[in-house]
Write a protein that binds this ligand. Structure first.
Ligand SMILES: Cc1ncc(COP(=O)(O)O)c(C=O)c1O
Length: 361
């Protein structure tokens, strides 16, 4: 990996090296047009080509049905915590499963716009558990049911798509989008901040079923309106042009690697290298319970804040960057997104074993 470190940050996060090189090669003069992508008008023909290429690749890779619109927006996933109820709640209520920090923020934001029914609350178990279908209490007359597929901070993930019995399904896929095939017909809306798995920070992707539109709040700011954004092809205002360009390059790279099936195999291989160490360790304690584990963000601790600190410093000295856990959990977190080479996961697993030998308990 030349002089680059392995970056385990949770987002903004590691990008495929070949994508960075391609962007570097095209930086000054995109396809001979005499300008950088950063300099071109979003209304010009060059950017139109970049936008449609990214959009087509996105549709192809995720197998997005023709009934769904793909929007390239700004404001981060956080903007969607408000945009979703403003567009879809109508008179409400909406059901929310709270399995971590971001789904909790999403539910609290939605409460500003209408009644929210909490279908599951994970706080009592420290957000280490993902509810089974039986543990979910989805109100059958909900405008929609919202959940977060992968909890970036706590390192938990839903291993299944919840059954909602006709209630439109809405999902925050920020930290796992494009890491495995998804049956998009099950979802009325998915969204993701792109800065983890698919692009640099600044782009938010929303895929929405057109049949869900027509319920937006009268006071919705136009920038949040899916109807307006669809009408204007994501160009109600200046879009995040550079990020959309980078998204296109990342999606091209995913296609070259063998698509989402290949990403799925990789995430399994990478995460099992690290989980194998955790499962055979007397030093490390995983945060997530076994059946709720994420393959994208792995959270663990030693039980001693000093030792955790030593672990993180030692990792950085070996070129394994950003393994410190989120301030809400402490301990360690290794984010293993699409662009993390298997060698990176292996290097982390090796370091974990070495560290344990040195700090035998
Ligand atoms: C699962 C999830 N949802 C939402 C967010 C918030 O995203 P943003 O910073 O793009 O608003 C994050 C950020 O880390 C996240 O991991």
């Amino acid at each position: 990996m030349t002089d680059r470190a392995y970056n385990f940050a949770a987002g903004p996060a590691i990008m495929p090296e070949s994508v960075l090189k391609k962007a570097q090669g095209e930086l000054m003069n995109w396809h001979g047009c005499g300008m950088s992508v950063m300099e071109m008008s979003h209304r010009g023909m060059q950017f139109a080509e970049i936008l449609s290429d990214a959009s087509e690749r996105f549709r192809r890779l995720l197998k997005v049905p023709a009934t769904r619109e793909i929007l390239f927006l700004q404001g981060g996933a956080t903007s969607q915590f408000a945009a979703i109820p403003l567009n879809l709640m109508g008179g409400g209520p909406a059901s929310y499963a709270v399995t971590g920090n971001f789904s909790g923020i999403a539910a609290r934001e939605a409460e500003k716009y209408g009644p929210v029914h909490i279908a599951y609350e994970g706080k009592p178990n420290g957000y280490s558990h993902i509810p089974t279908q039986k543990e979910l209490d989805i109100y059958r007359k909900s405008a929609y049911f919202h959940y977060c597929a992968n909890n970036t901070i706590y390192g938990t993930a839903w291993g299944y798509v919840p059954e909602t019995y006709g209630v439109p399904l809405v999902c925050d896929m920020s930290s796992e989008i494009m890491s495995h095939p998804v049956d998009m017909l099950k979802y009325s809306l998915i969204y993701a901040g792109a800065q983890k798995n698919i692009a640099p920070a600044g782009l938010t992707v929303v895929v929405v079923d057109r049949r869900l539109l027509g319920r937006e709040s009268e006071s919705i700011p136009q920038i949040f309106s899916y109807e307006k954004q669809i009408e204007k092809h994501s160009m109600l205002n200046t879009p995040p042009c550079w990020c959309i360009y980078m998204l296109g390059l990342v999606l091209e790279w995913i296609e070259e690697q063998g698509g989402l099936e290949a990403m799925d195999q990789l995430r399994r291989a990478r995460s099992s290298l690290v989980y194998d160490v955790l499962d055979n360790s007397r030093l490390y304690k995983p945060h997530a319970e076994q059946k709720s584990r994420s393959m994208m963000n792995i959270t663990f601790r030693t039980g001693s804040a000093e030792l955790d600190d030593e672990f993180c410093k030692g990792a950085a000295a070996r070129g394994l960057l950003n393994v410190r856990g989120h301030r809400l959990t402490g301990g360690m977190r290794a984010s293993l997104y699409n662009a993390m080479p298997i060698e990176g996961a292996q290097a982390l697993a090796d370091y974990m074993k070495d560290f344990e030998v040195k700090n035998r308990v």
